[in-house]
Design a protein around this ligand. Structure first.
Ligand code: DHB
Ligand code: FE
Length: 304
């Protein structure tokens, strides 16, 4: 069919309204149907291919992997880039910590502590990690009472709650910054993550000649009254996938140095008897602006 014929069929489907519609939903769905028809025509998609694709989407839904496929196709990163652009256009202060994708593995309701926390339950014998920093505005003014929500994978690349072998909220905490805007935590070094190797996300990635690996990373939501909520991650520097992240989340400014400490005095000071890694990372938040929707996106999230 030519474009005009495709448009005629799509219009016939669009013009079947018998009552009031949600105009926004209707215009987007009408457009999706038209674009899908054009794709089927342009690629001469066979009926077998079409039904395989429809079945694939059902499989993604059944296996709860929609939140994995979206970052894997770069869509979540694209939404970040659009939000960056919208913030710039709205006059939000430049120079804050870069945002990057939330991913699908946040769980609401982690234990809250003041100033500092230990994230791990002691079961994981991975490398000891101490991370600390300060939350400030873009001029360096400390933000006391800011909320730093942190979550990361264990040394096998798995997240508690989704990995039932871990204790509840292992490697998940909410830390409220102290009078100087500082937070600090003890944990174990996360390992890189990969999508379930036998799941539908990897099935599609394989057809695209792609892997489903993420570099080791630590997630954060940083929130304070009067400021824009920051959704971000830091990468563990040196991970081979740092610049080859299947979820496209790596951004300049989010790859802090990792310092390794082995000296007995350093261990003594921290009260540990193993060498440890240390990461210092400050978060810089832009002020909220009236009329500009906050940056924390409303979406369905797990809670435990
Ligand atoms: C995925 C996993 C993550 O840990 C993450 O941060 C982002 C995406 C995923 O499985 O798609
Ligand atoms: Fe993650």
């Amino acid at each position: 069919m030519n474009r005009a014929q495709i448009k005629t069929v799509a219009d016939r489907i669009a013009n079947t309204q018998i009552g009031p519609a949600n105009e926004r939903v209707k215009s987007i769905v009408d457009r999706m149907v038209l674009d899908l028809f054009a794709i089927i025509e342009d690629f001469d998609v066979t009926q077998e291919e079409f039904w395989a694709a429809a079945n694939y989407l059902a499989e993604v839904g059944k296996s709860n992997e929609i939140g994995l496929l979206i970052p894997g196709l770069g869509i979540e990163h694209f939404l970040d880039l659009r939000l960056d652009e919208q913030e710039e256009a709205a006059g939000i202060e430049a120079g804050s910590t870069p945002r990057t994708i939330e991913g699908p593995l946040y769980v609401a309701g982690a234990p809250v502590s003041e100033g500092e926390a230990r994230l791990d339950d002691g079961a994981d014998k991975g490398e000891l990690l101490f991370m600390h920093g300060q939350v400030t505005d873009i001029h360096g003014k400390p933000i006391s009472g800011a909320t730093v929500e942190v979550w990361h994978a264990n040394s096998f690349g798995n997240y508690s709650v989704f990995d039932p072998s871990q204790s509840a909220f292992n490697l998940r905490r909410t830390i409220v910054t102290d009078a100087e805007g500082r937070y600090r935590f003890r944990s174990i070094m996360p390992c890189g993550y990969c999508v379930p190797p036998n799941g539908p996300t990897q099935k599609l990635l394989s057809k695209l000649g792609r892997h489903g690996n993420r570099p080791a990373h630590i997630h954060f939501f940083v929130t304070a009254p009067g400021y824009r909520t920051l959704t971000t991650q830091i990468n563990i520097k040196g991970d081979p996938y740092t610049y080859d992240d299947f979820a496209f989340a790596t951004r300049e400014g989010l790859i802090p140095e990792v310092t390794r400490h082995t000296a007995p005095e350093a261990l003594l000071e921290k009260g540990v008897n193993h060498p440890f890694a240390e990461i210092a990372f400050d978060f810089t938040l832009p002020h909220a602006l009236e009329g500009v929707p906050n940056a924390l996106i409303e979406r369905a999230r797990a809670s435990a």
